[in-house]
Design a protein around this ligand. Structure first.
Ligand code: ACO
Length: 165
């Protein structure tokens, strides 16, 4: 898709937050169990994301419009690893723009950023979110644990340096 720019989010003002909530709600349509309990939850969660990862909050824009985002935390303490790793807290492309390569552009940016600070990245994905798991698999994330309805996936950046991204 042409005309897509990936940029670091400068400020999470009210208007931007509302736009991101809309994208989040639409992105998880049909997968409500993985997208929280509604808009109130989404707002709190996205504010939390912003507080954790201001440097790694990237948005995809077409013109002035935000059409997707990825939240990359370079300073995440993983209880499972017992140390700090990189983490992808959230990754969504607006429903009507999915499947056009915007997710790939956001992921490339995320890997470029986290690679500078981390040797490993973890993320959690819904157990039946097969599209996203396939996507992550292409970027050499491996399934390593489960907790309830969530699957933890990790990518080792040192070992897998020849991988996509
Ligand atoms: N429609 C089409 N293709 C999809 C979709 C979808 N809904 N979801 C994933 N894919 C796969 C395709 O198989 C395709 O593979 P290919 O590159 O081999 O052809 C690829 O992903 C599509 O790539 P993009 O077009 O670059 O990805 P997209 O812009 O659709 O973004 C994303 C991928 C972010 C997973 C998006 O589909 C989405 O927002 N999904 C809903 C929210 C979600 O599940 N987020 C991840 C949760 S886990 C977490 O946040 C840590």
């Amino acid at each position: 898709m042409s005309g897509v720019r990936i940029e670091r989010l400068k400020d999470l003002d009210q208007e931007t937050l509302e736009k991101l909530v809309e994208i989040y709600m639409r992105g998880y349509e049909g997968m409500r169990e993985y997208g929280g309990e509604g808009e109130g939850y989404a707002k709190r969660y996205l504010r939390w994301c912003w507080s954790k990862a201001k440097d790694g909050f990237f948005v995809a824009r077409i013109g002035d419009e935000i059409v997707g985002f990825i939240v990359c935390d370079r300073d995440w303490y993983s209880r499972y690893e017992g140390r700090k790793v990189g983490a992808i807290h959230e990754f969504v492309v607006d429903k009507k723009f999915q499947g056009h390569g915007i997710g790939h552009m956001l992921m490339e940016k995320c890997l470029e950023y986290l690679r500078k600070h981390n040797d490993r990245i973890e993320l959690w994905v819904g157990e039946k979110n097969y599209n996203a798991m396939k996507f992550y698999g292409e970027y050499l994330f491996r399934r390593v644990n489960r907790s309830g309805i969530w699957v933890r996936m990790v990518r080792d950046l040192r070992k897998d340096d020849k991988g996509k991204g």
